[in-house]
Design a protein around this ligand. Structure first.
Ligand code: ARG
Length: 460
């Protein structure tokens, strides 16, 4: 069926019909389309276009259509242009003549905006709930190894020792910002467009605030042309989803490395790894690789919609129908990845000796030594030079920090007083990093407790 046709002498070509049809993908909006149309029927009653009986018949028919739409049979043989058209055809089949009034003063341009907003609002909530799950799992994992030390990296070279919970809390902060960004995307989505007509505003005096109240929207849109032209709210979601995916992807990359034989700090759960069809020994981190892989697809969805929108003249253009496939795909991928990540985090085991040994065998204590010298009065630049030479000597002679005695250190440089030898233990230097946000043990314990309280406040 078409919602137009009077002006045409012939119907669309079969090729164009196939080419332009969006039902295959926008049927996902059917529930939102029905909810929006029921609210619109009530709005039509309020402006006197529908009698209470007609409105009742329409709302009931929509309810029956909603129930039927759960069965795949419902779509069998449907050749409707899009989900909006399908729903109206079904309404006509059910409610008869009265259905002809449902499009009074309403355009599909505003309808598709409404449906997408109704749908996306729920997706934002779903993603936020899943982000909470990931953050909760990170905090639980931090609590399981509160004192474990790992080498922190820059340039993928061992840099300074940090507590394992400090490392995990870095990701907690990223996901907390993602939670915020998703909330912001939701706020921009939560605006009601009906009453905008095709682009110029409806020709009927709808109480737009009442429609917003009916559908639980926080506000109404302020410009009818903007409604037909705008997909910013979808872009906001795609951006927030992309950044969350980047965070997941970096966590995945870390853990693929950390669980490799070369690092061997982490043991991934059997349930989130795969074997090889040829090599019997393999235990591959496929779940994490897929998260990393899906990140590219979500970013692709953002790029795809940005490119679709960038050159469009005001207001609606059919190009905009192409928003849905990337939007739906990104929502599915970010949700699936967050769920997967939570399970990976819940089932991972840290082998604390490994990263601790890695820290001990490297020169992550070099900065601690230089700073201890500076605290004792040596200008930092000089201290940096002394420790640099000390490390060079150690590398030349094959000595690890623990191989040095206090006497040997003092012989190397008179600035190395006996008490400084304690700084050769990676745990020691961390104790001086008790700044807010630092890896000092007391700071980390406080940050962990604060994160738990913050997570409680992050309600969806
Ligand atoms: N299927 C269309 C879309 O998703 C609905 C809006 C159609 N409007 C129009 N003027 N053809 O964008």
């Amino acid at each position: 069926m078409k919602l137009w046709g009077g002006r045409f002498e012939s119907g669309p070509s079969e090729v164009f019909e196939r080419f332009g049809n969006s039902l295959d993908f926008d049927r996902r909006l059917i529930d939102c389309d029905i909810r929006g149309s029921q609210a619109f029927a009530r709005a039509l009653e309020r402006v006197g276009i529908l009698s209470p009986e007609e409105r009742g018949a329409i709302v009931d028919a929509f309810e029956a259509i909603r129930a039927e739409s759960a069965s795949p049979q419902f779509y069998a043989g449907a050749t409707d242009e899009d989900v909006h058209t399908l729903v109206i055809r079904k309404l006509k089949e059910k409610a008869g003549k009265v259905a002809d009034k449902i499009h009074t003063g309403r355009s599909r341009n505003e309808q598709v905006s409404l449906d997408t907003r109704l749908w996306l609002r729920e997706e934002c909530d779903r993603v936020r709930a899943l982000l909470r799950g990931v953050m909760g799992a990170l905090l639980a994992l931090a609590g399981r190894y509160p004192d474990s030390v790992i080498p922190g990296y820059t340039h993928l070279r061992r840099a300074q020792a940090v507590l394992w919970p400090h490392y995990l809390l870095a990701y907690f902060e990223m996901f907390a910002r993602d939670f915020d960004r998703m909330g912001e995307a939701r706020r921009r989505t939560d605006v009601m467009p009906l009453g905008s007509g095709a682009l110029a505003g409806s020709g009927f005096p709808f109480d737009r605030e009442a429609i917003a109240g009916d559908l639980g929207f926080a506000a109404i849109t302020r410009n009818s042309m903007d409604v037909s032209a705008d997909r910013d709210f979808a872009l906001d979601f795609l951006y927030a989803a992309s950044v969350a995916m980047i965070h997941l992807s970096r966590l995945a990359e870390d853990w693929i490395l950390y669980s490799s034989e070369e690092f061997a700090w982490l043991e991934l759960g059997d349930g989130v790894t795969s074997g090889s069809s040829l090599m019997p020994q393999k235990k591959n981190p496929d779940s994490l690789e897929l998260i990393r892989g899906k990140c590219g697809r979500v970013m692709g969805s953002l790029t795809s919609l940005m490119v679709t929108m960038k050159g469009l003249p005001m207001t609606y253009n059919r190009d905009m129908q192409e928003d849905k496939v990337p939007l739906f795909a990104a929502a599915d991928e970010v949700s699936a990845s967050l769920e997967m990540a939570r399970v990976v985090i819940e089932t991972v085991r840290l082998l604390p000796e490994k990263p601790y040994t890695a820290a001990q065998e490297s020169w992550v204590v070099a900065t601690d030594l230089a700073e201890a010298l500076a605290r004792a009065g040596t200008p930092f630049h000089t201290a940096h030079q002394i420790v640099g030479r000390f490390v060079l000597e150690s590398v030349r002679s094959g000595k690890r920090p623990a191989d040095w005695t206090a006497e040997e250190m003092h012989a190397f440089a008179p600035e190395f007083t006996a008490d400084l030898a304690a700084q050769l233990d990676p745990r020691q230097g961390m104790k001086s990093r008790e700044v807010p946000g630092g890896t000092g043990p007391a700071s980390v314990a406080a940050a962990l407790a604060a994160a738990k309280a913050r997570l409680e406040e992050m309600t969806v």
